[in-house]
Write a protein that binds this ligand. Structure first.
Ligand SMILES: Nc1nc2c(c(=O)[nH]1)N[C@@H](CN(C=O)c1ccc(C(=O)N[C@@H](CCC(=O)O)C(=O)O)cc1)CN2
Length: 279
């Protein structure tokens, strides 16, 4: 069996290039650039870095970003009001609220203040329902990027057993729904799952979205399985012990350079789609 690394960098570059062309076309037609509002609460260093990366990529693709940094002590009510204001502002086409927000804030309430047409990060219940029913809508960016990666590498989820490890609202759950919409048989595992290694050993497709460095061990991987590492732990370490898993997998995403770049590419793509839909 041949094992192959499955980088997302080329796919991301292709998506960003096409997105930049569509952004230029939008500007030609309307006289304005597509605009993404980036909201961050507090100064968590990883979040600050991710938002900077998103804003830099926006600038390179001809998308304006309007940055809304809010202090750590922001209340749920204040955050909801700020997001609502952006939802009602016709010059803003997409809204990104960086996760996580500080623990005292009701993150769900804040996400739900994003108008469905501006939910380019795919975090609202509306977007989740669309993903679940296979209807058009904005995908959660990491799961949406994972589906594009599978397609790009010719992996057909239909009839396969996909095991998603993690059930977070912006990663594990939507990834499970998108795989289900493609007719995979999906098992969602989490912290209370018993004998996780045995379940993972039955997977044709593994999506690791646990948030624990190198949590998934090489001998959990069925020979020939496709392994998607959606982890973004400190120091650019994924959720899968890559070197151990590589010989068992047919395809495996690296960290960095796997799922991360496609996450940001999708955010840009969906922002331009939202801008056209609003015009
Ligand atoms: N509102 C959201 N919050 C968060 C999301 C999200 O999709 N929406 N995802 C994660 C983190 N994240 C984006 O926010 C993210 C993490 C990592 C990368 C990435 O490209 N990483 C690079 C390596 C980093 C580097 O080069 O310094 C890689 O994997 O190659 C993109 C996005 C949490 N919050």
């Amino acid at each position: 069996m041949t094992s192959r690394s499955m980088p997302g960098t080329d796919l991301a570059a292709t998506i960003v290039k096409a997105t930049a062309e569509r952004a230029a076309e939008f500007e030609r037609l309307t006289g304005t650039k597509p605009c993404l509002a980036t909201v961050i609460v507090g100064d968590d260093p990883a979040s600050v870095t991710y938002v900077k990366m998103k804003r830099n990529r926006c600038a390179k693709a001809g998308i304006t970003s309007r940055h809304v940094p809010l202090p750590e002590e922001t209340t749920t009510e204040q955050l909801v009001a700020a997001v609502r204001e952006l939802s009602e502002d016709p010059s803003v086409h997409g809204i990104l609220l960086q996760h996580p927000v500080p623990a005292h804030i009701d993150e769900r309430a804040a996400f739900e203040a994003i108008a469905p047409g501006k939910d380019v990060d795919g975090v609202t219940m509306h977007s989740f329902a669309a993903m679940s029913f296979g209807e058009p809508g904005f995908a959660s960016c990491t799961p949406g990027g994972i589906m594009r990666l599978l397609e790009d590498y010719g992996v057909e989820p239909s009839g396969k057993h996909a095991v998603v490890i993690g059930r977070s609202p912006i990663l594990g759950k939507p990834a499970a729904m998108l795989l289900l919409a493609k007719d995979a048989t999906v098992t969602v595992c989490h912290s209370r799952t018993r004998d996780l290694p045995s379940i993972v050993r039955t997977a044709d497709i593994v999506v690791a979205a646990v948030g624990k460095p190198e949590f998934v061990k090489g001998d959990w991987i069925k020979p020939g399985a496709v392994v998607i590492d959606a982890g973004y732990n400190e120091g650019n370490v994924g959720d899968v012990a890559y070197a151990e898993a590589l010989p068992h997998a047919s395809l495996i995403t690296p960290v960095p350079g796997g799922v991360g770049p496609t996450t940001i590419a999708l955010l840009l793509e969906q922002t331009v789609t939202a801008a056209f839909a609003a015009s």
